[in-house]
Design a protein around this ligand. Sequence first.
Ligand SMILES: C[S@@+](CC[C@H](N)C(=O)[O-])C[C@H]1O[C@@H](n2cnc3c(N)ncnc32)[C@H](O)[C@@H]1O
Ligand code: SF4
Length: 451
Amino acid sequence: MEQIDRLRALGLFDARVPRYTSYPTAPVFSPAVGSDHQTTALAALPADVPVSVYLHIPFCERLCWFCACRTQGTTTLSPVESYLGTLEQELALLRDVLPQGLRMGRMHWGGGTPTILPPHLIHRLAQAVKAVIPPTEDWEFSVEIDPTMVDRAKIDALAAEGMNRASIGIQDFDPIVQAAIGRAQPFDVTHQCVDDLRAAGVGSLNTDLVYGLPHQDDARIADTVEKVLSLAPDRVALFGYAHVPWVAKRQKLIDEAVLPDDMARYRLAELAGARFRDAGFATIGIDHFAREGDELETAARGGRLRRNFQGYTADTCATLIGLGASSISRLPQGYVQNAAATPAYIQRIEAGTLAGARGHVMSADDLLRARAIEMLMCDFRLDRRALRADHGDLAATLDPVLAGIAARFGDLVTLDDDALSIPPEGRALTRIVASALDAHVPEGVRYSRAS
Ligand SMILES: C[S@@+](CC[C@H](N)C(=O)[O-])C[C@H]1O[C@@H](n2cnc3c(N)ncnc32)[C@H](O)[C@@H]1O
Ligand code: SF4
């Protein structure tokens, strides 16, 4: 059987499995875990261990048809300004709960489009966060940037507040693909954005690309990759297009008849990945690439790569505090997600409580499986010795699962007493292998495709 037929037989094109940016995944979260859990867990944080902060801006001026992110369109600044007021109230509530002296080692602004904020609101928001959780000396501040929604003044404001990493949304440069996803973005506008970021001293640039978009073919993705390489990013995320119109209603505007078929989509990912490797990038996890010496690349090489809601990170902070609508906090006890709809989030904060609406308290079994899945997603290697050292006898409860994986995937995985590993020829199946370790299968949830 040809390699691709083997992958197909094991579910490459049919399996619908999570991307495991967390375990358990957000659809498993329960409404029984909310702001009370959030308050207790935040109050118990050790003051001397820095935390990471994620701040969500759920607004965009344009609503791209392919986008599955939690965001809403606006043509005026007034809802954004009023949302900022709610974020400030949320920070005031946090100040009453957090231990004195807590610092932040990292902050990420995502969305939506954080660069919808004009300079004065950028300063106001950054100052509000820093007043409650001051940054450490060597903190990292990263921001998702839409090149069509940013200018030099906004970039300078972000840089003045400490932005030292930027993630630039590209997706695809081809005008026909862009028209089919409702997202016009000329190359020269993106180039100008990159130039402005560099001129402002932002040292690390990531670019987001998506494969599997309508009308994408080998020639078009090859051309996009060359254009991206000419921008000389430090990192590239190459996400598989998640077509989930039952969740992201705006995707109904995408013409399914012009989506690449299974094989074409697989080839697009292979082709783009091969070109990035040729250009000297290392493959990071299932869908990222990084230049040699980049923090992500050194973390991957040193076995220190971690998985988080943004994808991959070298962040070692165990605690992530999520601010804003739909943000998820990762706390020592488990996960808490703020109310997802912006009006519900605002209502909770205005009522004077934190906005946690759903969550999950981690059991010992969850902690074990979460680490096992993270190892596979990051290193393609589940280190059984490390699991035994960290989780004791409980680690042995995974033995039958690992044996089952070995039996099912044949030589596309290897299993011995030390580790379960996925060799390069089996890596396209990583999410499927990881899902065999998932003990929480939510009812009625349809995930995106595995490839
Ligand atoms: C929250 S968006 C922020 C991007 C920023 N607003 C912009 O437009 O440039 C982050 C990234 O998620 C990815 N993304 C959004 N929807 C996706 C989908 N349906 N499938 C795969 N990736 C998606 C895109 O690569 C996007 O750049
Ligand atoms: S890709 Fe960016 S600009 Fe487009 S809808 Fe999504 S978050 Fe908004």
